[in-house]
Ligand binder design. Structure first.
Ligand SMILES: [Zn+2]
Length: 109
Protein backbone atom coordinates (compact mmCIF):
# COMPACT_ATOMS: atom_id res chain seq x y z
CA UNK A 1 0.00 0.00 0.00
CA UNK A 2 1.35 3.39 -0.87
CA UNK A 3 1.99 6.15 1.64
CA UNK A 4 -0.72 8.12 -0.11
CA UNK A 5 -3.38 5.54 0.77
CA UNK A 6 -2.10 5.06 4.31
CA UNK A 7 -2.43 8.76 4.86
CA UNK A 8 -6.13 8.69 4.09
CA UNK A 9 -6.80 5.48 5.94
CA UNK A 10 -5.41 6.90 9.15
CA UNK A 11 -6.66 10.43 8.72
CA UNK A 12 -9.24 9.95 11.48
CA UNK A 13 -6.77 8.78 14.13
CA UNK A 14 -6.54 11.70 16.51
CA UNK A 15 -3.66 12.19 18.93
CA UNK A 16 -4.11 14.39 21.98
CA UNK A 17 -1.75 17.35 22.27
CA UNK A 18 -1.61 20.26 24.74
CA UNK A 19 -4.38 22.76 24.02
CA UNK A 20 -2.88 25.56 21.95
CA UNK A 21 -3.59 28.03 19.20
CA UNK A 22 -2.33 28.22 15.64
CA UNK A 23 0.45 30.83 15.45
CA UNK A 24 -1.04 32.14 12.22
CA UNK A 25 -4.85 32.27 12.64
CA UNK A 26 -5.44 31.56 16.34
CA UNK A 27 -7.43 28.37 15.62
CA UNK A 28 -7.63 26.43 18.89
CA UNK A 29 -6.62 22.76 18.80
CA UNK A 30 -6.04 19.99 21.30
CA UNK A 31 -5.54 17.05 18.99
CA UNK A 32 -3.62 16.28 15.84
CA UNK A 33 -4.06 13.75 13.08
CA UNK A 34 -1.11 11.56 12.20
CA UNK A 35 -0.84 11.69 8.44
CA UNK A 36 2.33 9.64 8.16
CA UNK A 37 1.33 6.61 10.26
CA UNK A 38 4.21 6.90 12.71
CA UNK A 39 2.41 7.31 16.00
CA UNK A 40 3.21 10.29 18.20
CA UNK A 41 4.72 13.33 16.51
CA UNK A 42 8.40 13.95 17.20
CA UNK A 43 10.27 17.16 17.86
CA UNK A 44 10.79 18.92 14.52
CA UNK A 45 7.85 17.20 12.77
CA UNK A 46 5.59 19.39 10.66
CA UNK A 47 1.93 19.95 11.45
CA UNK A 48 -0.65 21.75 9.38
CA UNK A 49 -3.46 23.94 10.66
CA UNK A 50 -6.77 22.66 9.28
CA UNK A 51 -8.24 26.12 9.53
CA UNK A 52 -5.68 28.18 7.61
CA UNK A 53 -3.19 25.64 6.25
CA UNK A 54 -0.19 27.19 8.01
CA UNK A 55 2.62 24.78 8.81
CA UNK A 56 3.89 24.48 12.38
CA UNK A 57 6.74 22.55 13.97
CA UNK A 58 6.34 20.30 17.00
CA UNK A 59 8.42 20.97 20.08
CA UNK A 60 9.48 18.14 22.40
CA UNK A 61 6.42 18.70 24.64
CA UNK A 62 4.04 18.56 21.60
CA UNK A 63 3.36 22.26 21.63
CA UNK A 64 3.87 23.83 18.21
CA UNK A 65 5.79 26.82 16.96
CA UNK A 66 6.16 28.79 13.76
CA UNK A 67 8.74 27.18 11.46
CA UNK A 68 11.96 28.98 10.57
CA UNK A 69 12.63 30.00 6.96
CA UNK A 70 15.01 27.04 6.60
CA UNK A 71 12.42 24.59 7.98
CA UNK A 72 9.74 25.98 5.68
CA UNK A 73 12.01 25.45 2.68
CA UNK A 74 12.48 21.80 3.69
CA UNK A 75 8.74 21.28 4.27
CA UNK A 76 7.81 22.84 0.95
CA UNK A 77 10.14 20.43 -0.82
CA UNK A 78 8.53 17.42 0.90
CA UNK A 79 5.97 15.66 -1.35
CA UNK A 80 4.07 14.31 1.69
CA UNK A 81 3.49 17.84 2.90
CA UNK A 82 2.25 18.81 -0.55
CA UNK A 83 -0.18 15.87 -0.29
CA UNK A 84 -1.34 17.10 3.12
CA UNK A 85 -2.02 20.51 1.60
CA UNK A 86 -4.05 18.94 -1.20
CA UNK A 87 -5.90 16.78 1.34
CA UNK A 88 -6.68 19.85 3.46
CA UNK A 89 -7.88 21.74 0.39
CA UNK A 90 -10.27 18.83 -0.26
CA UNK A 91 -11.69 18.98 3.29
CA UNK A 92 -12.12 22.75 3.15
CA UNK A 93 -13.62 22.49 -0.34
CA UNK A 94 -16.19 19.95 0.91
CA UNK A 95 -17.12 22.20 3.81
CA UNK A 96 -17.70 25.13 1.46
CA UNK A 97 -19.72 22.90 -0.87
CA UNK A 98 -21.86 21.66 2.03
CA UNK A 99 -22.39 25.19 3.26
CA UNK A 100 -23.46 26.37 -0.19
CA UNK A 101 -25.81 23.42 -0.44
CA UNK A 102 -27.30 24.35 2.95
CA UNK A 103 -27.82 27.92 1.76
CA UNK A 104 -29.70 26.67 -1.30
CA UNK A 105 -32.00 24.58 0.89
CA UNK A 106 -32.67 27.57 3.14
CA UNK A 107 -33.72 29.65 0.15
CA UNK A 108 -36.20 26.96 -0.92
CA UNK A 109 -38.05 27.09 2.38
ZN1 LIG B 1 -4.22 28.38 11.44
Amino acid sequence: MSAYHRMFQHADDEIQIPKQKCWNCGYEMDSTTEALDRGLPCEGDASMCLSCGALSVFNKDLTMRKPTEAELAVFNANPLITQMQIYRAGIVGDQIKNRNHQDEQDEDE
